[in-house]
Design a protein around this ligand. Structure first.
Ligand SMILES: [Zn+2]
Length: 283
């Protein structure tokens, strides 16, 4: 394991297929608290209703007490409302070129990769901005939940509405997994794990790539199971702002930016000139 940015740069320049696994550490740079932190009122892990977070946002509670689940879903929505992609989101999108496909598989539910310009995004845990009905085909994308009643019902069949996120006790989307598995079967030349937490469904693809001999880069201030297999590890702050500024630099230096100069915040806002020695001090 090392912090050789020049080697990562070389791998990036040659890579035709790159995968980023992203987690709450990426969202944190956009001032979004962790999924758990946004809805948990107390340090003991219980919500203000005295129930564990997982129980409040579970499939069973949504059915039995939808008003309670939705109360916390509204809090979650408030935590992502108006938030913009940051340098990390921008950098991943900027690395897409006609000769390089970039895939993002994320545990985040805030839909910040797409406005940054990423085209191939697998939302493993869903998307809080989408609302669905599990009894009929009703679905809607909402920028905010402001227009929703406290106990929202399907306008077509009156069943309680469901956020298009994976609640506790629910499986991941078969559709999303099938599409992601197809890309994994095709393989990647380079895999990044960025700010991921300990969700096994997010970590396992990285471990699988490492087993196949694919170079793995981890950007995370905390050690994770990925750390053990990573070829390169950057113990950067959550969101990897400094690391991703270097990645942006690589993209700029190689004239690889095609689509994202006008994204929220802009590449320039996330870029900037960094000292070369900074990379190794990150470790
Ligand atoms: Zn319905």
């Amino acid at each position: 394991m090392n912090c050789d940015f020049d080697r990562v740069r070389g791998l990036l320049q040659r890579a035709k297929r790159v995968l980023f696994l992203t987690g709450t550490g990426v969202s944190a740079e956009s001032q979004i608290p962790t999924f758990r932190g946004a809805a948990t009122a107390f340090a003991d892990g219980l919500t203000e209703d005295g129930l564990p977070f997982e129980e409040v946002l579970s499939s069973d509670t949504l059915q039995a007490n939808p008003r309670l689940s939705w109360k916390h879903l509204f809090k979650l929505e408030q935590s992502i409302r108006g938030k913009l992609p940051n340098a990390a989101h921008q950098a991943m999108a900027a690395l897409q070129t006609p000769g390089r496909s970039v895939f993002v598989a994320t545990e985040n539910i805030d839909e910040l990769h797409q406005p940054a310009g990423s085209r191939n995004v697998f939302e493993l845990h869903g998307n809080l901005r989408r609302i669905i009905c599990t009894q009929c085909d009703y679905r809607v994308h909402l920028e905010t939940f402001e227009s929703l009643p406290k106990r929202p019902h399907c306008p077509q069949c009156q069943d309680i509405l469901h956020p298009d996120v994976v609640l506790d006790g629910e499986p991941l989307s078969e559709t999303v997994l099938a599409a992601f598995n197809d890309e994994q079967d095709r393989g990647f030349d380079l895999v990044f794990s960025v700010g991921t937490s300990l969700f096994l469904d997010v970590i396992q693809p990285v471990l699988a790539a490492a087993r196949r001999g694919t170079p793995v880069v981890e950007i995370n201030p905390e050690k994770t199971p990925v750390s053990e297999v990573a070829d390169f590890r950057f113990a950067a702050p959550a969101g990897g702002r400094r690391v991703f500024q270097r990645v942006i630099q690589i993209a700029i230096q190689n004239s690889l930016i095609y689509a994202n100069k006008s994204g929220p915040g802009g590449i320039a806002a996330g870029g900037g000139v960094l000292q070369r020695s900074m990379a190794c001090r990150l470790v």
